[in-house]
Design a protein around this ligand. Sequence first.
Ligand code: ZN
Length: 288
Amino acid sequence: MAPADAGADAPVATRQGSAPILAGLAMTPKIGQISRMRGLTQPEPALVLFSGGQDSTTCLAWALDRFAAVETIGFDYGQRHRVELECRGRIAAALRRGFPQWRDKLGADHLIDLAVLGQVSDTALTRDSVIAFEESGLPNTFVPGRNLLFFTFAAAVGYRRGLRHLVGGMCETDYSGYPDCRDDTLKALQATLSLGMHHRFAIHTPLMWRDKAATWELAHDLGGEALVGLIREETHSCYQGDRSELHAWGYGCGACPACELRRKGWEAFAKSRSPGASRDPPVSRPTR
Ligand code: ZN
């Protein structure tokens, strides 16, 4: 029988034996392939980087839909929006409660203390400072090395647990310019981790070429209104950690870059689903 995941992210995941690790590093499904691959269960477990935000929760649902079993990993690095970590348990409980088909697949959660990252970083995500753009062009919410460390620790846990599929919500389409969210960075990291641990990891980034509106659309495809509602109410994106008011798009201050991205995505998604609108999801396509 052919491997169940014979899609665009298959090369690394299914390559066995002595095949060069650097070969076939395309890991992101092309636009349109995700829906065609749905219903196919990859008979292996996966480990999802799960922060408690919109993107990682959507990725968790994507993995539950696709893999035989799913574990989650989160990181406490002194983030000022630490409230996101408190959302994780509630989200997992709500997924188990509302989606019986996923209940038995959702397994262990690993919360890793990465306080050292907060200690060596001087950023607006780990200090109480005003969010602004640096001379480099990057926002000062960029935590250098964050996603590199997250995947390195996820790979170490995956190695111990016998998991090789790592899933993350990084996105290059509708993002803040963080270089460790780029497809090229994560392809290189996949090769590095596979070589450095002599264990063939596959990094999956199902949101890489989706904007925020398309991320809401993916959640709708995976779990309908119930999943959209769960993500809207239970996930956290706001850099300020504000959960005082529930807006149409979820909780947040409404002013920080994370809230702005989330609100704009929600509005585009809601518009696309309004009566008379085209049913084609507003998908952003790769430019290269
Ligand atoms: Zn905010």
